[in-house]
Design a protein around this ligand. Structure first.
Ligand code: M6R
Length: 614
């Protein structure tokens, strides 16, 4: 949450920073701000509540001349979204300006101490404490900005990615990280820094991922220098980015979310490529063969994740239990980390995260590793923290996901979990080569099947008009369709602000069925699987109580078609592969309902794409 960006070089500093902020807006959009360092000794800070476009309007008549600068887009934690809580924050003498992504846990103690030394505070943020502390140390010790930053960070407890500029030192930006992402881009006589590489991918493909406890010294005309808080120099490890600029644009779609829904045939193809080969005969996911003993001998698998990734994790449980006969537990990372978990070296912990930066998931990984488990990560963002903190793992390879509501990452995660389960089953001999080949050949057809499902788009758009003003929704499913119901409900809630509940269909009769009336539509996921007859009864129970039903069924269904009010038919697939196919119409339904209500689907209120705070 929160995005930071910085630039030093001969380009137009303001334009580069504003463009960078737009790219990072998915990380938060409560307020935005910019600090511009002028070669003639001026340090201008402009900031406003609201989105980056508000900042641009605010800056129209301002002095924008600069040779370096830093900028920020905020997801509020300490202090409400307001002009004065927006970053950058000035130090007391207005000689320093700082942007921050993360949370300073001991800010109160530091603030009290600084107040006693005469510091005054102008915001309610934890961040302002940090810039005041740096200035205090710098003045007291008469030291350089770099030394003051190092000393200040030694006193800080919490998570941060920061960047600081100094009025009298326009050729330098100092940046540092602890548990929040930070990457430096190296161009021709210019440097960029950002929370991820998206703000600078069009200028350079050379990137250095800063590690926890490191300070980056970015100086005009000098090579990038990275030191520890103890001032020990680290090796600068330059990586080549594989991202392309077209992946970061809407490509003719009105929203990133719609683009990402429609990209799924292509992203699933990329996700499967090289992992299911010889017509389905061989299925192999990275990290399984290299850790054969771990996967062969483990006694239990625990999957940790948050939000949509948790729904994929729940599907992972069904898949791994079915195919590998290993007991699987699924935990919310935020609960797991404080649950005093019982973990042994015979356990494998799988962490799933699109962003690779979710704070709770990262904390869960550290706990599991500390207790001796083998930790395997599934992530989308190359070079993010989770792949670096896990012992092995794989990427879903679906390209950057910008829409806050996760769509293509969910189907990519489920696809990887399916292939992972097949790889483990192969290793443990819990499935025959023929069974693996059979499923493998169906996996190869998934991109085409999803393409077919997307043809429902116009029907779903029309259908959405009937239900736009419903105040509550139920999403029901059984077996593999239960996590799909949870995910469908989450999609609707987060972008349309309609209350929606996902529920196991058979549990309805134990309480929630009391909610059913003509005002409460139910979306029932009922493909032709081994629980089909059972869910038909649940469909009848809802109908008997006057509920309206939208059902997702397999092509050719005749039974539910005669009971439900609307059916959306999807192609036939083996049961364990249906979640990928049935989740796509639910993504479209949420999208259109939110659009009908005039909501900003790419930037829903109160949310951020990457949740790097607790
Ligand atoms: O990056 P992660 O997969 O770790 O993110 C987890 C959740 O924050 C995320 O899935 C969230 O629930 C999405 N907004 C759902 O669309």
């Amino acid at each position: 949450m929160c995005g930071i960006v910085g630039y030093i070089g001969n380009g137009n500093v303001y334009d580069i920073l504003i463009k960078g902020l737009h790219r990072l807006e998915y990380r938060g959009y409560d307020s935005a701000g910019i600090a511009l360092v002028n070669p003639n000794g001026r340090l201008n800070v402009y900031k406003t509540k609201g989105k980056v476009e508000n900042l641009e309007a605010f800056c129209q008549d301002k002095d924008l001349e600069a040779c370096a600068g830093i900028a920020h887009t905020r997801w509020a934690t300490h202090g409400e979204p307001s002009d004065c809580n927006a970053h950058p924050h000035f130090s007391e003498d207005r000689n320093l300006a700082l942007v921050h992504n993360g949370t300073i846990e001991n800010y109160k103690v530091l603030k009290d101490a600084l107040s006693q030394h005469g510091c005054t505070f102008h915001s309610e943020t934890d961040t302002e404490v940090l810039v005041q502390l740096i200035e205090y140390i710098k003045t007291k010790n008469s030291c350089s900005l770099v030394d003051a930053v190092r000393e200040a960070l030694k006193q800080v407890v919490g998570a941060y990615a920061i960047a600081v500029v100094e009025k009298d030192n326009p050729d330098q930006i100092v940046a540092a990280r602890m548990s929040s992402p930070l990457v430096v881009g190296i161009g021709q006589n210019e440097f960029f820094l950002a929370s991820d590489a998206t703000p600078f991918v069009e200028y350079t493909k050379e990137a250095v991922y800063i590690k926890d406890g490191e300070v980056a010294i970015i100086e005009r005309g000098k090579p990038l220098k990275v030191v520890s808080l103890e001032n020990k120099e680290s090796k600068v490890d330059v990586k080549t980015l594989e991202m392309s600029i077209s992946q970061l644009e809407k490509g003719g779609y009105p929203h990133f979310m719609l683009k990402e829904i429609f990209e799924q045939p292509h992203t699933l193809h990329d996700c499967i490529r090289g992992r299911v080969v010889d017509g389905g005969h061989r299925v192999m996911v990275n990290g399984v063969n290299d850790n054969k003993d771990k996967f062969k001998e483990c006694k239990r698998i625990i999957i940790v994740a948050c939000g949509t990734s948790w729904h994929a994790a729940l599907l992972g449980k069904y898949l791994i239990q079915d195919m590998c006969r290993i007991p699987v537990e699924v935990e919310y990372a935020s609960e797991f980390r404080y649950s005093n978990p019982v973990i042994t070296k015979d356990d494998i912990v799988i962490a799933i995260s699109q962003s690779g930066e979710t704070a709770d998931t990262l904390a869960a990984i550290k706990i599991a590793r500390g207790m001796g488990a083998f930790v395997y990560g599934i992530s989308n963002v190359v070079g993010s923290s989770i792949p670096r903190e896990t012992m092995s793992g794989t990427y879903i390879h679906v390209g950057p996901e910008i829409g806050v509501a996760s769509t293509k990452a969910f189907t990519g995660q489920v696809m990887v979990l399916t292939m992972l389960a097949l790889s483990i089953a192969n290793l443990r001999g819990t499935m025959t080569p023929e069974q693996i080949e059979e499923l493998g050949s169906h996996i190869l057809q998934i991109p085409d099947k999803v393409e077919q499902v997307l043809k429902l788009n116009n029907r779903i758009e029309r259908l959405s008009l009937i239900y736009t003003y419903a105040r509550n929704f139920l999403y029901l499913g059984r077996g593999y369709s239960y996590p799909v119901a949870l995910e469908g409900a989450l999609k609707l809630k987060e972008i349309s602000y309609i209350h929606a509940e996902g529920y196991p269909a058979a549990e309805m009769k134990h309480g929630p069925i009391a909610l059913i009336d003509a005002e409460m539509p139910s979306v029932i996921i009922a493909p032709n699987d081994h629980l089909y007859e059972k869910i038909v009864s649940n469909v009848q129970q809802v109908k008997a109580r006057g509920g309206n039903i939208i059902a997702i069924v397999t092509e050719g269904d005749t039974v539910i078609k005669n009971i439900a009010d609307h059916v959306l038919e999807v192609p036939e697939m083996p049961e364990c592969l249906t979640p990928i196919i049935t989740s796509v119409p639910l993504q479209l339904l949420s999208y259109y309902i939110a659009i009908n209500k005039g909501k900003n689907v790419d930037m829903p209120r109160n949310l951020a794409k990457s949740v790097t705070v607790e």
